[in-house]
Design a protein around this ligand. Structure first.
Ligand SMILES: Cc1ncc(COP(=O)(O)O)c(C=O)c1O
Ligand SMILES: [Zn+2]
Length: 364
């Protein structure tokens, strides 16, 4: 199997240890899944690898890496809202979906050491799966990352490096380290294998509900859930398993909303913004590396972008908790954004929100 460069189109075997094409372009996977068919689901496998027929998974390394991630319940929050409980995962966030797939690939190709940068949750997930695969991890996080996420990273035996400044600066520091040392870049934004895991968010919905809800609210920072979900929806549509593309609504925090501002300005390229401090730390990304790809998806599918008002996040978190759902602040932003969406577009029934991460991981 090959990576294909999104810049120049050159192909590189997926066994490469390089983070990107020699031209600097990001990789995508040269992989087309077979048409969606529930008969291809491995029903004896109680993890997201039950969908491996539709994922670019080579070899058997995943068997010793999986921790039973995925298979999260869909429950009712209100008459109009369903929530998918994606924090019911080994490290308490949806990032386990991507980390399981990425680390399985890393183990398969013999990676022994890696570095990663993250707002916290992806770093926690890569550290846990890295521990399981016997891969040494160094995780770069921006200052202000929840101490609980750092404690988890260290508990898994990884080294946590706290970088002063913004999340974007943290990524720059980590990427410089990759260039200097040649360490494997186990990054959820650069490495397309991560999306092979996040695709299963949609495959699971299809298996659980036998349909896709009309309105899917998906948080959008770097876009790991967003890109995986859109790819899987495109796959279902091309397979004839769904007859139309649902309304996807990308959720950003109002204090760091580059996609919302780009769409509003009608700009072709991502507008430059200055991120302000936000409680929605998980989606506080000012310069997402896959911005062009994400903007293409937004245009292709009429995806709307809505922002969560900063001053409504705590209230949304409390309302979730009153229904038994203890979510982190970034996750509560999805409910705050849902309310704003309804105030713009009217009542929005048959909506599904992702409960991406557990409340126990954030403390503000
Ligand atoms: C709780 C939470 N929700 C949503 C996201 C969004 O993921 P992404 O930045 O890949 O779009 C993250 C990312 O870290 C997160 O931690
Ligand atoms: Zn290239």
């Amino acid at each position: 199997m090959n990576f294909i460069c999104t810049g120049c189109g050159k192909e590189t075997p997926v066994t490469t240890l390089e983070p990107a094409c020699s031209c600097g372009g990001l990789f995508e996977l040269g992989f087309t899944p077979p048409a969606w068919d529930e008969k291809l689901i491995d029903r004896d496998e109680w993890s997201l690898f039950r969908y491996r027929a539709f994922m670019a998974i080579e070899g058997d390394a995943w068997r010793s890496v999986t921790m039973g991630e995925g298979r999260t319940p869909v429950i009712r929050f209100s008459d109009d809202i369903l929530v998918k409980m994606d924090y019911m995962a080994p490290t308490l966030s949806f990032k386990d979906r991507g980390a399981a797939a990425l680390v399985a690939h890393m183990k398969q190709i013999g990676v022994k050491r890696c570095v990663q940068d993250s707002s916290g949750n992806a770093g926690v997930a890569v550290a846990a799966y890295g521990a399981r695969a016997g891969i040494e991890c160094e995780i770069y996080v921006p200052e202000g990352t929840s101490p609980k996420k750092i404690t988890m990273i260290e508990a898994f035996g990884a080294r946590a490096v706290v970088v002063p400044g913004t999340r974007d600066h943290c990524a720059d520091v980590c990427r410089a380290k990759v260039r200097e040392t040649g360490a494997y870049y186990a990054n959820h934004v650069f490495n397309p294998f991560f999306y092979e895991g996040t695709k299963t968010y949609i495959y699971e919905l299809m298996e659980q509900l036998h349909r896709i809800p009309e309105n899917l609210f998906i948080e959008l920072g770097n876009g790991t859930l967003f890109i995986g979900a859109v790819k899987a929806l495109e796959h279902l549509l091309a397979s004839g398993a769904i007859d139309h593309f649902p309304q996807v609504i990308a959720v950003q925090g109002e204090n760091c909303a580059p996609f919302a501002e780009t769409v509003e300005a009608g700009a072709e390229e991502l507008v430059s913004i200055v991120p302000k401090p936000t409680m929605a730390e998980g989606i506080a990304i000012g310069k997402p590396a896959r911005a062009a790809e994400i903007l293409g998806m937004i245009q292709r599918h009429g995806i709307r972008v809505v922002t969560a008002p900063e001053d409504r996040i705590l209230d949304a978190r409390a309302r979730l908790a009153r229904r038994g759902i203890y979510a982190e602040h970034t996750t509560a932003a999805a409910l705050a954004a849902y309310d704003r969406y309804c105030s713009i577009y009217g009542r929005t029934p048959d909506s599904l929100l992702s409960m991406c991460s557990a409340g126990i991981k954030s403390d503000h």
